[in-house]
Write a protein that binds this ligand. Structure first.
Ligand code: SF4
Length: 353
């Protein structure tokens, strides 16, 4: 039976939609008691319920493996809490902050790095939002504000416009970046009013789309992204490297090419974070580097994301992709280099004269 055009939120709705067998009700209720569930009709319609390896189901349909927390996993794997001077703000780097106006998403990714906090409560209170904006106003080094969450594009356009206008009025904020999965999970929410809310004079606004598989970029999702790009809003992408979803070169290649065809520049490929109950999605870093190496020879530079790890504990992101450069001894004792080309052949590069 195909899902109705409504968001599935309860285990019995997933069962009725044919996405989970009835005999797994108990285990899925245990998952639902711990983590938020939501699957929009747009995403549910992408799932082939007859395919146990469906990469969309693997990202969005709850599974008992989520209850298998490992000792190395953490409730706050990227250390947001350690860098939150006021509610709704994460200030990890000197020149930028995260502003999290809402902890709600249109659909909940089962591997979410903020799974312990998303889905609880609706939005920052007026008072907390004012305090967060006051913090940004008071810190002149903040050049970029990243709207994150949750998903800021679940906010009503009027409320989003209020936040963007408040940021626009702060002289030292030059860039507003919005991280979202809405164009994939609920493309109809990208209305002209929402696009107008994001498009402001005097600031650069970027939208970063979270997408992990080419099948997520449906006709409707591509049209939603086109509405943003056509309005002059540049788009970037971030993807999470996920076992059983996109951990092979052909799948990543298809995703990255399609993003660029949609005028979305691949930005980050995240190594999956140590969120609780997510071990079954994590690859090794060596696998990730091997995939990046394979893509280096296959894809235009426009399609290449940076493979990054958010260092557990809140120490920020670092690129962890393969290195193509090694230092070797020069004939006169000075260092020179060897550089690997896209075919794996090595070439020497002379020392500085
Ligand atoms: S869209 Fe982002 S914040 Fe929301 S569930 Fe997915 S990973 Fe988590």
């Amino acid at each position: 039976m195909r899902p109705a055009r409504k968001t599935l939120r309860r285990p019995d709705e997933f069962i009725a939609a044919g996405l989970i067998p009835g005999e797994r009700r108990g285990e899925i209720e245990a998952v639902a008691a711990r983590y938020a569930l939501a699957l929009t009709a747009d995403v549910a319609e992408l799932i082939d319920p007859g395919d146990p390896r469906d990469p969309i189901a693997r990202q969005f349909v709850p599974a008992a493996a989520e209850l298998d927390a490992r000792p190395e996993e953490m409730a706050d794997p990227i250390g947001d809490g350690a860098h939150s001077p006021v509610e709704g703000i994460v200030h990890r780097y000197p020149d930028r902050v995260l502003l999290k106006p809402v902890h709600v998403c249109a659909a909940y990714c089962r591997f979410c790095f903020r799974r312990e906090v998303v889905g609880h409560g609706r939005a920052l209170s007026r008072r907390a939002l004012d305090a967060a904006l006051g913090y940004i106003r008071a810190h002149g080094a903040i050049w970029e504000v990243i709207l994150s969450g949750g998903d800021p594009l679940v906010l009503a356009p009027r409320r989003l416009a209020d936040i963007v206008e408040a940021l626009t009025a702060i002289d030292h904020v030059k860039v507003i970046r919005v991280h979202t999965r809405v164009p994939v999970a609920a493309p109809a929410r990208v209305t002209p009013a929402l696009v107008r809310a994001l498009k402001v004079r005097g600031k650069a606004t970027y939208v970063v789309l979270h997408a992990n598989h080419a099948r997520e970029l449906t006709t409707a999702a591509r049209a939603a992204c086109a509405r943003l790009v056509d309005a002059g809003i540049p788009m970037l992408s971030q993807s999470v490297l996920l076992r059983g979803v996109n951990d092979d070169a052909a799948t990543l290649e298809a995703l990255l090419r399609l993003l660029v065809e949609c005028r979305i520049k691949p930005y980050y490929l995240h190594h999956a974070d140590l969120a609780p109950g997510t071990a079954h999605w994590r690859t090794s870093i060596a696998q990730g580097q091997a995939l990046l190496r394979a893509l280096h020879g296959r894809l235009s530079g426009l399609c290449q994301p940076s493979y990054v790890l958010d260092i557990p504990g809140g120490h920020g992101k670092s690129p962890i992709g393969p290195s193509y450069l090694s230092r070797v001894g020069g004939s006169n004792g000075t260092a020179c280099y060897e550089v690997e080309d896209f075919n794996g052949r090595r070439h020497s590069y002379p020392p500085a004269s």
